[in-house]
Design a protein around this ligand. Structure first.
Ligand code: AHG
Ligand code: MN
Ligand code: MN
Ligand code: MN
Length: 335
């Protein structure tokens, strides 16, 4: 018999008592959990309904939207609008900032989300997920100016993601470590199954889209070459490689057994500054990884210290086990 697996609500109320987690943030997190539960259900029934394919539209990123990208976005918007403290929503799938309040006050929240991450994997029945981030504003902000949502990652008070894999996981940090809840069929509850997740400092596993090798800068090529050189190379050990093409799945693997994930800025995405989006992919994952004892960097700077200049901004991402991220930063500094 396992020790008592707290429900998400029980856990958040404990967080409220022990670390003064705001009640409004609890309500918001429960709304986000509801969105994830419903999106998970949409994903699992997609093949019956026939909505796993293209929506025939294009988002601000220039990507063809899947019907499920649009549906997942609608669920996030619907549920996050419940909490009276949310001032604005920023989504991968919506060009403009969606303002819910015309006069945001101190203590209100800004919510950033990637409603469906890894959506190219939908038709393949591989893991996809959702990523979210919450910033609490300390001062009143101007809702007529979309630049008001440009907040560095270190302002996040909460971040998380859900993976829709063989089971549905919800991984959350409110700044006091990282906890993973699993959706329990039958009760419909998210229950704490993986408390206080910690990333092993050392690893011999990396994740990168190696088909882009020729496009990479020298520090990334150097790191990769040394990893695949095996026991006879400078790392003197054998590395394993994984690439799911769903950031949620890669981060979940790293939280579970260590490793490093790279999506660098390369010759194919340099004009955009990288592939992954700073505010709703890199920052939330950066907070989770740091809270689990890992590191998240662009190669030259801590991800959560990057000053955003636009809300769909892209960035180079290197995250995971601390020693590997430090080595990659060293190779960037030496280049
Ligand atoms: P999204 O589906 O939200 O647009 O994000 C996809 C991202 C990320 O999840 C993944 O790590 C990366 O794109 C995969 O890129 P490649 O197709 O270049 O491998
Ligand atoms: Mn996309
Ligand atoms: Mn994504
Ligand atoms: Mn997405």
């Amino acid at each position: 018999m396992r020790e008592k697996q707290l429900t998400l609500r029980q856990f958040l109320l404990l967080d409220h008592r022990q670390h003064a987690l705001e009640k409004d943030l609890i309500f918001l997190l429960e709304d986000i959990a509801t969105s994830c539960r419903i999106i998970s259900n949409h994903v699992r029934s997609g093949a019956f309904v026939g909505n796993l394919g293209s929506a025939g539209s294009t988002n601000i990123q220039g990507e063809t939207q899947k019907q499920m990208d649009v549906l997942a976005n609608e669920e996030f918007v619907r549920h996050c609008s419940n909490c009276g403290r949310v001032a604005a929503l920023v989504s991968e799938e919506v060009d403009e900032v969606y303002w819910l309040k015309s006069n945001p006050e101190p203590g209100d929240y800004l919510v950033y989300f990637d409603p469906l991450d890894g959506s190219s994997n939908l038709e393949l029945n591989l893991s996809v997920g959702s990523i979210f981030s919450v910033v609490r504003i300390a001062h009143a902000i101007d809702a007529s100016d979309d630049r008001s949502v440009l907040r560095a990652g270190h302002e996040q008070v909460c971040a998380g993601y859900s993976v829709y894999g063989p089971s549905t996981s919800l991984v959350v940090t409110t700044g006091n470590g990282v906890n993973c809840f699993t959706h329990q069929q039958g009760t419909g509850e998210f229950r704490l199954t993986h408390p206080d997740m910690r990333i092993p400092e050392e690893t011999s596993e990396f994740a990168i889209n190696a088909s882009r090798y020729k496009l990479w800068d020298a520090p990334i090529q150097r790191y990769f070459d040394e990893c695949i050189a095996g026991r006879d190379g400078p790392r003197e050990k054998t590395f394993n490689m994984r690439w799911v093409a769903s950031m949620v799945a890669e981060v979940h693997r790293i939280l579970t057994r260590g490793g490093v994930f790279l999506y660098p800025c390369d010759d194919g995405n340099r004009t955009d500054g990288g592939k992954l989006r700073l505010m709703y992919e890199a920052n939330p994952m950066g907070m989770i990884i740091e809270q689990a004892g890992g590191a998240a960097s662009t190669g030259t700077e801590r991800i959560m210290d990057v000053t955003p200049t636009s809300h769909h901004q892209r960035v180079a991402v290197i995250l995971g086990s601390k020693s590997e991220v430090a080595l990659l930063e060293k190779y960037h500094a030496e280049a």
